[in-house]
Design a protein around this ligand. Sequence first.
Ligand SMILES: [Zn+2]
Ligand SMILES: [Zn+2]
Length: 129
Amino acid sequence: MPESAIARCHCGGVEIVARFPSRFCAHCYCESCRRTHAAGVVTWIGFPRAQVAFAKGEELLRDYLSSEGTHRRYCGRCGTRMTFESGRGKWAEEVHLPLAVFATPVDRQPDETVFAEERPPWAPFHDAG
Ligand SMILES: [Zn+2]
Ligand SMILES: [Zn+2]
């Protein structure tokens, strides 16, 4: 198993290296994820902030404050959603990345489902515990 994985936006301008071990991998059905990603479900993988570094393109990122203290950054060129960071609670020291942007394998599979109560009836359901 490699020691890290590479996440990349669609245009390739932004590349992030996330070093293992990750902390969790979860399907999220919350309304904020649904709207900001324009998707029925967003699968996140979380890492301690110190294990996440930009290989390139950090300057391309735009920052959207989706709620107080919650930063969702995306590529300003292609629009790919790249990071979620929140100053609140247990996530304060973490960076979450959508599993969908990884170009190389990560160290875990989704093993959690959160905000299932906000899932719209049309969204695919992934029961991951
Ligand atoms: Zn891009
Ligand atoms: Zn969410």
